[in-house]
Ligand binder design. Structure first.
Ligand code: UDP
Length: 180
């Protein structure tokens, strides 16, 4: 976890767009079954192991990783690190009520990290351009996308060069948990 946060701190200062995938066993299995999903994962700039099953598999596979880096925990570690560097964050996903409450709670918990914008995750292809423009306008350092693993990772992969946010990460159901 500490190595990941340190690496992503350097990524933010270099302003080099990174798609971060927190790979859980469901995503690894999806990659084995779906070549397009696998290719998308392989093109991510950073994959971290989300779950003890993935850590175990890395040992069995002969390329061990040190520990689990869960998306929810990484989100909080980055919010904490952001206070020191005055990072800007955009939240995309979940229902309008959930994302609004998530923004409120994260602002209370990490006042030094600025939430520069948020919006819900229920939109279609025809709204992608407008949403990308809005995210670019706010020029965040971190973009958290909570739209379910089937949607969020392919969406980030499709648009990562246009979004050009240093750290872009799918966070699944994290906003639901944070908002209570
Ligand atoms: N979500 C969304 N748009 C969608 C589908 C889901 O914003 O089109 C949100 C949903 O509200 C929840 C999060 O994505 O906050 C995770 O959804 P879910 O638990 O269904 O995903 P999974 O378990 O597949 O990661």
């Amino acid at each position: 976890m500490q190595e990941t946060v340190q690496y992503l701190t350097e990524v933010v200062s270099a302003r080099k767009p990174h798609q971060v995938i927190t790979a859980n066993p469901i995503m690894v299995m999806a990659a084995l079954e779906n070549p397009a999903y696998k290719q998308m994962m392989q093109q991510a700039e950073l994959i971290v192991p989300d779950g003890s099953g993935v850590v175990w598999a890395s040992r069995v596979g002969g390329d061990p990783v040190a520990e689990r880096v869960a998306g929810y925990d990484l989100l909080h570690e980055l919010m904490k690190r952001g206070e020191r560097y005055r990072w800007k964050v955009y939240l995309l996903g979940a229902s309008p009520e959930v994302v609004q409450e998530t923004a409120k709670r994260l602002r209370e918990q990490y006042p030094g990290t600025e939430i520069v914008g948020y919006r819900d995750g229920y939109f279609g292809l025809e709204q992608d351009d407008e949403i990308i423009a809005e995210i670019r306008r706010t020029s965040p350092d971190l973009l958290f996308v909570a739209r379910g693993a089937d949607n969020q990772e392919p969406w980030i992969a499709k648009y990562k060069h246009r979004l050009a946010v240093p750290v872009m990460m799918g966070v699944g159901g994290s906003f639901d948990v944070i908002s209570g």
